[in-house]
Design a protein around this ligand. Structure first.
Ligand code: FAD
Ligand code: NAI
Length: 462
């Protein structure tokens, strides 16, 4: 029987990063993956393909709007959907092959097939059993289902089907105004669809600073997305290739229905542990389906760990990666650590939304005294030069110590801008530290500095 120090089950960003770090730390490592390619949800049907379609559709939209404003008179580009999907797939392939290369480079065995934990210290893949000192469960998540809504991945789709459309919809309904709904809804809106987003709550993007969420919704509405809030979808059915979605208002119980060529169900994801054999092992799974872990990612069974979407916390690739590295360090006898207070979240629409740390609502609830430094992109020369003067940076700092507690950005390159705030927060920086740091001109990052200045004596360009 082959023997390992660590067997990681699942090769998503949690699992493959964990396997690489284990190997780097001198542990004999294998990774089980049942997909034909490595990289998990993120690389195959998540972050990477969705960002490729966001990029292509953003450039298309730009060519039909601001090109002319800049004196670039081109004929409206035609959308070649097959070619666009080919481009998306080549981006995916390049990345999944890259992980395969890294596995070879680090001498990690890829055990192809579905892994099952028979007991602590043993994993089977197909008919073959492998002995191992440690097991890391990194089996990720899958789309949550919605009662009354039958997904066929053609007309009624999850994000997976929405990434491989047979044709472009003219009318689309998105169920859920969360991250997937708004990113993929934006893609189709830019490519010409009339998009209606139906959301259960009375606001979009739950959990995000409410001032940012309100501004963001206004921006998306200007781009053509329609929002039906405070509304519960009752059913979605398909007849002759068209879907009908029925819904009920949560305010006045008024019922309505809407037809669409494509319905995207984006109401969250749930942890995936099917056929993993957990029932026999003593590993505890919560009512929400999450594998329960302690502060060192260990399950109730010594030697079995779990990370990523399958455990508590935000379902984000970089959170899974950080846990993957940390658990490898713990297994190797080091002090793996993840700072859950500094995990950024980004929505890759145009403009982007990026957040880290506490929201204003959270600080109010905690009764903490804080100050707000805000700066609009209208005062940023670089942003204005490419028609992105809407949105703002909002920095929250402790009223007494000036320590940065959170940052919330809606505007150009928000996903890149948030990184410097993350570094600052990791170093326990004060808003004044950011404000006194020289930022290159002209860059959008100056807006972050101005927000930091606004926490003190005032922003210069506001
Ligand atoms: P996964 O990536 O889900 O990987 C788990 C892997 O385990 C899968 O490949 C699965 O096949 C395999 N597996 C499961 N069970 C077994 C078994 N028994 N044996 C063998 N293999 C098994 N996050 C971001 O941070 N940024 C984004 O921009 C972003 N965009 C997204 C867009 C979409 C459309 C979606 C759906 C998700 C997106 N996410 C994004 C979320 C991100 O994809 C997940 O948080 C991340 O992939 C979780 O990583 P993971 O390693 O925990 O699990
Ligand atoms: P989500 O949790 O972000 O949003 C789901 C939305 O659906 C919520 O607003 C919720 O109120 C709403 N909803 C739930 N039930 C509903 C119903 N019956 N009718 C109408 N609305 C309903 O989940 P989403 O968008 O599916 O994404 C899943 C996960 O994938 C997220 O946790 C996210 O972290 C991750 N992801 C991250 C991305 C990023 O980082 N850029 C991109 C895409 C996904």
């Amino acid at each position: 029987m082959a023997e390992y120090d660590v067997i990681v089950i699942g090769a998503g960003p949690g699992g493959y990063v964990c396997a690489i770090r284990c190997a780097q730390l001198g542990l004999k490592t294998a990774c089980v993956e049942s997909r034909e390619t490595l990289g998990g949800t993120c690389l195959n049907v998540g972050c990477i393909p969705s960002k490729a379609l966001l990029h292509a559709s953003e450039l298309y939209k730009e060519s039909t709007t601001h090109f002319a404003d800049m004196g670039l008179n081109v004929a409206t580009p035609k959308i070649d959907l097959a070619k666009m999907l080919e481009y998306k797939q080549s981006t995916v392939d390049g990345n999944t092959k890259g992980i395969e290369f890294l596995f070879k480079k680090n001498k990690i065995d890829w055990l192809k097939g579905k892994g099952k934990i028979t007991r602590a210290g043993e994993v089977t893949v197909g008919e073959t059993a492998y002995k191992t000192r440690n097991i890391v469960i990194a089996t990720g998540s899958e789309p949550a289902s919605l009662p009354g809504v039958e997904v066929d991945e053609k007309v009624i789709v999850t994000s997976t089907g929405a990434l491989v459309p047979g044709k472009l919809p003219k009318k689309m309904v998105v169920i859920g105004a969360g991250v997937i709904g708004l990113e993929l809804g934006s893609v189709y809106a830019r490519l010409g669809a009339e998009v209606t987003v139906i959301e259960f709550l009375d606001h979009i993007t739950p959990g995000i600073d409410s001032e940012i969420a309100k501004t963001f919704q206004k921006m998306l509405t200007k781009q053509g997305l329609k929002f039906v809030l405070n509304t519960a979808v009752q059913s979605a059915t398909v007849s002759k290739g068209k879907a009908t979605v029925t819904y009920k208002s949560r305010k006045d119980e008024a019922e309505g229905s809407i037809e669409a060529d494509m319905v995207l169900v984006a109401t969250g994801r749930k942890p995936y542990t099917e056929d993993l054999g957990l029932a026999h092992t003593g590993v505890v799974v919560s009512q929400r389906g999450q594998v329960e872990i302690d502060n060192h990612w260990q399950t109730a069974v010594p030697g079995i760990y779990a990370i990523g979407d399958v455990v508590k916390g935000p379902m984000l690739a970089h959170k899974a990666e950080d846990e993957g590295m940390a658990v490898a360090e713990v297994i190797a006898g080091q002090h793996g650590h993840v700072n859950y207070d500094v995990i950024p979240g980004v929505i890759y629409t145009s403009p982007e939304v990026a957040t880290v740390g506490k929201t204003e609502e959270q600080l109010k609830e905690e009764g903490r005294k804080y100050k707000v430094g805000k700066f609009p992109f209208m005062g940023n020369a670089r942003a204005k030069s490419y028609f992105m003067g809407e949105g703002f940076v909002k920095l929250l700092a402790d009223a007494e110590t000036d320590r940065i507690l959170g940052a919330h950005i809606v505007g150009p390159q928000a996903g890149e801008l948030i990184a410097e705030v993350c570094v600052a927060m990791e170093f326990g920086a004060a808003a004044e530290d950011l404000a006194r740091t020289c930022h290159a001109h002209p860059t959008c990052s100056e807006a972050v500095r101005e927000a930091a200045l606004a926490c003190g004596d005032g922003a210069i360009h506001a």
